[in-house]
Design a protein around this ligand. Structure first.
Ligand code: ADP
Length: 416
């Protein structure tokens, strides 16, 4: 039946997962990196293909890649990057925020110092810009290395570039920019673009009819992996920060809260990210302490400690206050009580986040899947369920590469 390969480029490494027609994982390869740029990505991509194993490679029928949202490249006519890529969290575009506000609709996700559009405008004032022919996202460029086609992207990677997701076209205010000719043609995520390049067929012994599909972003790939698939389903990512995503029939955008919606077929994936989360837990507790202390906490009982756990002042969602102070007092002597208070408080913020999304028009929350480092904490799941008032489940798969493999396999029903 053939195998499908999903490749995830995240912030701390790249991972490939191959699945069979029953969606079982048959191979997984990881390549860790930090502060990587395009040279490392290319190395990682070929390392992953090299290490999949002959038998897996010889059965590949489809490949898709997800990248980090708003990590972008400027390329020449042959796809060679003209400088280092600008990474997702690089805020150098801040000087162009007023220019963006002047053309984009209010509350649009491009109104951010780290948006792809802000990065493009920053580049437009650099000397190398005159040689630029293509402006691409990380996932677009990596897919180009496999199929050889330039100027192609998907509507997930193009959201923060300003692509109109409702009408599936570039809006006039973007078409009127002098650098519009650099922008890629946009397809739905999971669209077949071409077969793999002949030189890679020879190098890796991959079947020559293996198709390369358009990809997605890392956080959407993790959502696809979770198993969430109907209206009101949500995924909370309990990583270093707290990221919420809720599947809705209505689009919700509010740049004040950093809330935006991705399109998923005919539905919308609304979401926001809070600065609270596991990074604060990690500051006070080791991995073992988090696990062991949590097991000793009674999650059914409410802690009356009311914190706002942050590493530094400032929050965007669900409270928009750039100066919001961290609240971590009173701190009890007993570390169990302190941890209980932290878990309870983060759960309150999660519930407030979903409430905020619903107030702004998202569908009623029905079910929450959990992903990220804190997802396996069963005590926390009980605490969160008390605050959320809906079933809290573990994601079926928590690797973004798995979600991207489903995309390559054409088995994401929401996109059909
Ligand atoms: P990242 O967002 O950096 O990719 P991960 O998804 O790997 O993060 O999650 C790491 C976070 O998970 C850490 O910040 C850590 O505090 C948190 N974490 C790890 N184990 C637990 C646990 N048992 N309970 C709660 N949080 C945990």
């Amino acid at each position: 039946m053939g195998l499908s390969l999903g490749i995830d480029f995240g912030t701390s490494g790249a991972r490939a997962i191959a699945i069979d027609s029953s969606k079982n994982i048959v191979a997984e390869v990881h390549y860790p990196f930090t502060n990587a740029n395009f040279q490392d990505w290319q190395k990682a991509l070929f390392y992953l293909l090299d290490n999949l194993g002959d038998s897996v490679r010889s059965e590949l029928k489809s490949i898709a890649i997800n990248g980090t949202s708003s990590t972008v490249l400027l390329c020449d006519n042959w796809g060679n990057p003209l400088s280092e890529a600008i990474l997702y969290n690089d805020g150098r575009g801040i000087a162009f925020l007023d220019a963006i506000k002047a053309i984009a609709p209010p509350h649009h996700p491009v109104i951010s110092a780290t948006s792809s559009l802000a990065k493009l405008l920053w580049w437009s004032e650099q000397e190398i810009f005159s040689q630029a022919r293509y402006f691409l996202s990380q996932a677009d460029w990596l897919a180009f290395l496999l199929h050889g086609k330039l100027g192609i992207s998907d509507y997930h990677n193009a959201l923060k570039l300003g692509y109109d997701l409702e009408n599936l076209c570039y809006p006039d205010w973007l078409e009127n920019l002098p650098m519009f000719n650099l922008l890629p043609q946009i397809f739905a995520p999971g669209t077949a673009i071409d077969t793999i390049k002949p030189d890679l067929v020879t190098r890796f012994a991959i079947p020559k009819d293996c198709l390369i599909y358009t990809g997605t972003t890392d956080s959407i790939a993790a959502f696809l992996a979770s198993g969430a698939n109907s209206l009101g389903d949500a995924v909370t990512s309990l990583g270093s920060t707290l990221v919420l995503k809720l599947l809705s029939s209505q689009k919700v955008d509010d740049s004040n809260y950093g809330i935006y919606s991705h399109r998923l077929g005919n539905l919308w994936l609304t979401g926001g990210a809070s600065n609270t989360g596991g990074a604060v837990l990690k500051k006070f507790f080791s991995h073992e302490e988090l696990r062991n202390y949590s097991l000793a906490i009674d999650g059914q009982k409410e802690s009356n400690l009311d914190y706002y756990p942050l590493l530094k002042a400032g929050e965007r969602f669900p409270i928009n206050d750039p100066f919001l102070p961290a609240k971590l007092t009173p701190r009890p002597d007993n570390p169990l009580e302190f941890l209980h208070g932290l878990l309870e408080s983060i759960a309150r913020i999660e519930a407030l986040g979903y409430q905020r999304l619903q107030e702004l028009g998202a569908n009623k929350l029905e079910r929450v899947y959990s992903a990220g480092g804190g997802a396996k904490n069963s005590t926390w799941r009980i605490i969160r369920q008390r605050h959320l008032g809906v079933p809290v489940l573990l994601s079926q798969q928590d690797q973004a590469a798995y979600g991207t493999a489903l995309l390559a396999q054409q088995s994401v029903t929401l996109l059909k």
